[in-house]
Design a protein around this ligand. Sequence first.
Ligand SMILES: Nc1ncnc2c1ncn2[C@@H]1O[C@H](COP(=O)(O)OP(=O)(O)O)[C@@H](O)[C@H]1O
Ligand SMILES: [Mg+2]
Length: 246
Amino acid sequence: MIELKNITKNFGTLQVLKGIDLHINKGEVVSIVGPSGAGKTTLLQIMGTLDTPDTGTVIVDGIDVTRLKDKNIAQFRNQHLGFVFQFHQLLPEFTALENICIPALIAGRNKKQAEKHAKELLDFLGLADRASHKPAELSGGEKQRVAVARALINDPALILADEPSGSLDSKNKEELHRLFFDLRDQFGQTFVIVTHDEGLSQLTDRTIHIKDGMIEASTLQTSNSSILIDHEQLTTGQEEPTESLA
Ligand SMILES: Nc1ncnc2c1ncn2[C@@H]1O[C@H](COP(=O)(O)OP(=O)(O)O)[C@@H](O)[C@H]1O
Ligand SMILES: [Mg+2]
């Protein structure tokens, strides 16, 4: 699903990514964790074609996006990718339903079809009665779920989320996290989620630990244990069993 090879990125003299190699399978839910400034958002933006690397290749859904022209990149992003950010970034003057429809309309789908699909998504997310509400009339958790519906409207193979629950209270946080796994189970979507939330990262299939622009280690979560693999893959250690938050 995603293949990153030797990704580097500098901002001026600042080396933000120092050679990232990463492979993510279809249907995997992967978290990216690490200290502030480690390069997590930059890496996610590169995966999402919102930024370009200085070196390396980025293959997403079988397409080498580093070779796409600008006009084709926008189309690729619209059709293959969904984004969820920390702050919902819904358009305030539009209703929940209209906000969800926007990427479908950009993709050239007709309004009726888009609205039908948007309503199905609202239903699935338990928000059917919020369709005609504007963002200001929705709670934080509802806004974030509308943002997820907007990310899903074009059936993207890959959802990229940057601190998606960073502004939510614990109840809404748990609901949103559960939603990611429900979606993966029902639609086979692949998720890459940058998060500070340890509860969420422990629920994901794999956690990538980034430090100073490099992958320091990965944690594989199995049903009853988690296995830490350092970046050289030299040491394999057993950790405490992952606790369920449910
Ligand atoms: N557009 C930019 N221009 C200059 N520096 C940037 C830019 N974006 C990010 N940085 C810097 O790159 C480093 C990594 O940023 P970021 O990827 O946002 O880290 P994280 O998401 O892990 O906190 C930080 O030092 C940040 O200030
Ligand atoms: Mg960030």
